[in-house]
Design a binder for this molecule. Structure first.
Ligand code: SF4
Ligand code: SF4
Ligand code: SF4
Length: 235
């Protein structure tokens, strides 16, 4: 069996091998959850690509790397070189594809949930899993939504709900000034939270100089276009 036939029969059923304009070549997409890669792995990707004559690789919008224009005969060796540094083949078709996440509690001051921990668990248990449609999962640690999670089939957003102790409020207005959504307003001289406008970012909680706004606990909101698809198909 030729290398081409072997790849088409075996590897091409996995999404990491993708057809391209040049019928003699394939794009090799890698599995890099959240775009997190060690310097050694990054060097290994560069060296492996260079070894087979590839001058540029592509950093994708789903936080992974694609190596384009790989001739059929060079795919097995490329994958072997990458696996030595624990860089593995990704996914693309009717399966769970590279999972994206923002830095979250690792370094962002707006963060609410530990995106990296969720990311690694989801990747370990679900990456490449066969599905009826292609499933993109994106995780944002706060409602700023840097991973555009609501445009993915499954989106996870970190939320914090403000709970104000009315009796202790001095009416200083700091929280109202902090809220970019204008969800905290004055009603008859008293502060009022408009829940329809509140996006649960939790910024007002940290702003109160008297520490009287409690957080309702970090929670997740799971949304995404999959809900739209399920409704459309009436599943
Ligand atoms: S989604 Fe929020 S926590 Fe994540 S990077 Fe963006 S601003 Fe920071
Ligand atoms: S949680 Fe965010 S959106 Fe809601 S009231 Fe506080 S600052 Fe405004
Ligand atoms: S910052 Fe605190 S004390 Fe000031 S208005 Fe808001 S809840 Fe009341």
């Amino acid at each position: 069996m030729s290398v081409r036939t072997e790849i088409q029969n075996n590897l091409e059923t996995r999404g990491g091998i993708i057809s391209e304009l040049d019928k003699e070549c394939r794009i090799v997409r890698l599995r890099i959850p959240g775009g997190i890669i060690t310097p050694e792995q990054l060097i290994a990707v560069g060296k492996a690509a260079k070894k087979i004559g590839i001058d540029t690789v592509h950093l994708t919008i789903r936080q992974t790397i694609e190596i384009p224009h790989v001739p059929f005969g060079k795919i097995p060796g490329l994958l072997r070189d990458l696996e030595k540094q624990e860089v593995f083949l990704g996914a693309e078709y009717e399966e769970v594809v590279n999972i994206t996440a923002c830095p979250g509690t690792e370094r962002c001051r707006f963060s609410i949930i530990d995106t990296r921990n969720i990311l690694l668990q989801l990747d370990k248990n679900h990456h490449g899993r066969n599905m009826p449609i292609r499933i993109r999962i994106a995780i944002s640690s706060c409602p700023n939504g840097c991973t555009s999670e609501r445009a993915s089939e499954i989106g996870i957003t970190g939320l914090r709900t403000p709970i104000r102790n009315e009796g202790l409020c001095t009416g200083c207005g700091t929280c109202a000034h902090t809220c970019k959504e204008k969800a905290i307003i004055m009603v008859n001289g008293r502060l009022h939270l408009d829940e329809a406008l509140c996006v649960n970012c939790g910024m007002c909680i940290d702003s109160c100089p008297f520490h009287i706004i409690n957080a309702g606990g970090a929670t997740w909101c799971r949304e995404g276009s999959l809900l739209w698809w399920i409704r459309k198909k009436r599943l």
